[in-house]
Design a protein around this ligand. Structure first.
Ligand code: GLN
Length: 541
């Protein structure tokens, strides 16, 4: 089947969950036996998300081929259970860089290089390339930002041109219907304005999807239909849900999948969402709760808390919890608090287990080390993700191996015991201030030692997980650590650098140099998270 393109744009406000909506559309198409992939367009100038701080756009998602990209791509991989490559994240920086480099090579043969057609041609070429490489039935394209913004206009223009040039294209516009408290009524005016802006750039939406606290009612649908030139049946409800995984079911219950197929000239197909529905049911009725603390530092921006910085960790905890019939209760624990208090008490960490996630820089690290020490000594289940493992090694070196002042050189370059040190391959890029896409990135094979907790969890000797780091366990300290009871249970295939560390004689204490959260899927939790949640449930009962 010729590839069809579905563009998803947003209006009124950002943060409506365009990524989840796009992933859900993909899910319902998949459930009809059709193949799907997705592209996220980010209209910023950054080449990729690698140099962005997590409080800007949320966590950085790492692809298997080593891309550092927008977190929405994580939702696509999770919902659709696909592995996508870094070319599926297009940024304005990439587009302009490619065009300017081509201009410098003289490839435009002296012509004036302009936004239209050269920039838009580059956008279209990249979108079509994904279709060519993946050969899927549907490419979903999420245009970042909202209509009316100056910076994403080239993407709307490219989308418009694709339709004109004969590609089979569909437009879905996601808007917001605020319910004004003092009126108790959902207002459609912002949606009307936003659709008008879309039509001003030459795009008539095929569907309008309305985010609101409640489902859209008939009078509202009629109004939006009239003002937007969209039939009433094509106004789709996307109300608040308790759980994002409900959305595909909600959309399919409105016949959305077949409506899409119909507009794109594909005959209707029955959908099989049985497994997904079972998952949602399991999520709705867990028989117990598990309380997990994430000890980190990227939580606040102004007066607001932004758990988006750790969205994959959160999702991985959910996957493992629901599979184990438990409702996850997440607590965000700011590690700086322990630094102020100078210690951790059972009251301050009254949880079933703690996760110390990835992180960069010195801020808050002493607090994380105190929390790890507490977990080690009290038997509280602990899972360390990348930086979390590195700090567990620091803690063990200081307190159990008689290496006072041990540290990572990322935190203290003058430490007498650099138990965590920069990867040799990272020295040059750091000296030359080349920060973009220079970390050790993407999928790597890790060998797991038999007879360890890691082996019990993964059940095999070779695993593939995704990395994103510049520092590593210093090989010079490995034997001292092991002699004092720390077990390194996984190491890299190529250079035998330690990649997993654990403690025996503990309810559950393990950390990995990789980020297991990137390979966790709703129906296939990552083994480290699964083991961690099981341990939390064991110790809490
Ligand atoms: N800052 C550490 C490093 O660069 C850990 C990175 C991470 O947690 N992703 O190695």
């Amino acid at each position: 089947m010729q590839t069809r393109y579905i563009f998803v744009s947003g209006g009124v406000v950002s943060g409506l969950g365009k990524g989840i909506a796009t992933a859900s559309i993909g899910k319902i198409l998949q459930s009809k036996g059709l193949s799907v992939t997705a592209i996220k367009i980010d209209p910023y100038i950054n080449y990729d998300a690698g140099t962005l701080r997590p409080t800007e756009h949320g966590e950085v998602w790492v692809t298997e081929d080593g891309g550092e990209i927008d977190q929405d791509l994580g939702h696509y991989e999770r919902f659709l259970d696909i592995t996508i490559s870094k070319e599926h994240n297009i940024t304005t920086g990439q587009i302009y860089l490619a065009v300017i480099e081509r201009e410098r090579r003289g490839e435009y043969l002296g012509r004036t290089v302009e936004v239209i057609p050269h920039i838009t041609d580059e956008v279209k070429a990249r979108i079509r390339l994904v279709a060519q490489n993946t050969k899927v039935d549907f490419v979903l394209v999420e245009i970042g930002g909202t209509i009316g913004e100056y910076q994403n206009v080239i993407y709307f223009e490219a989308a418009r041109q694709m339709k004109l040039e004969g590609d089979r294209v569909l437009f879905i516009h996601l808007t917001y219907l605020p319910i004004l408290k003092h009126l108790g009524e959902a207002k459609t005016k912002p949606t009307q304005h936003s659709v008008r802006e879309l039509r001003e750039v030459g795009i008539q939406p095929d569907f309008i999807m309305c985010r609101s606290e409640q489902p859209v009612d008939e009078p509202r649908k009629e109004k939006i239909a009239l003002y937007s030139n969209v039939s009433k049946e094509d106004i789709i409800s996307n109300p608040d849900t308790r759980n994002i995984h409900q959305l595909p079911l909600l959309l399919e219950s409105q016949g959305f999948g077949d409506k899409i197929l119909n507009k794109l000239g594909v005959s209707p197909k029955t959908s099989d969402l049985t497994e997904w529905r079972d998952l949602v049911e399991r999520m709705e009725n867990p028989s117990r709760a598990v309380t997990v603390g994430v000890v980190g530092k990227y939580f606040d921006i102004g007066a607001y808390k932004l758990p988006d910085s750790y969205v994959s960790v959160l999702e991985a905890v959910k996957h493992a919890s629901y599979l184990n019939d438990a409702n996850p209760v997440l607590r965000w624990v700011d590690s700086k608090r322990f630094e102020k208090e100078g210690r951790v008490t059972p009251e301050s960490l009254d949880l079933d287990g703690i996760i110390v996630p990835g992180g960069f820089g010195a801020a808050g690290t002493e607090g994380k080390i105190l929390a790890i020490q507490y977990a080690r000594e009290s038997g509280l289940p602990f899972l360390g993700l990348c930086f979390g493992l590195q700090l567990a090694v620091v803690e063990y070196a200081r307190n159990m191996c008689d290496l006072p002042g041990a540290n990572s050189t990322e935190i203290d370059p003058e430490t007498p015991h650099p138990v965590i040190d920069i990867l040799p391959s990272q020295r040059r890029p750091m000296e030359e201030s080349r920060y973009g896409a220079t970390m050790r990135l993407g999928g790597q094979t890790v060998l797991i030692r038999r007879g360890t907790l890691a082996f019990a969890l993964y059940g095999k000797e070779r695993i593939m997980e995704r990395f994103r780091h510049r520092y590593e366990i210093n090989p010079e300290y490995v034997s001292a650590m092991e002699q004092n009871g720390f077990t390194f249970s996984g190491y890299s295939e190529t250079d035998e650098i330690m990649q997993v560390g654990e403690l025996g004689d503990h309810a559950f204490f393990i950390g990995s140099q990789f980020h297991p959260e990137f390979t966790s899927r709703p129906l296939k939790p990552n083994p480290l998270f699964d083991g961690f949640i099981k341990a939390c449930l064991r110790t809490s009962s």
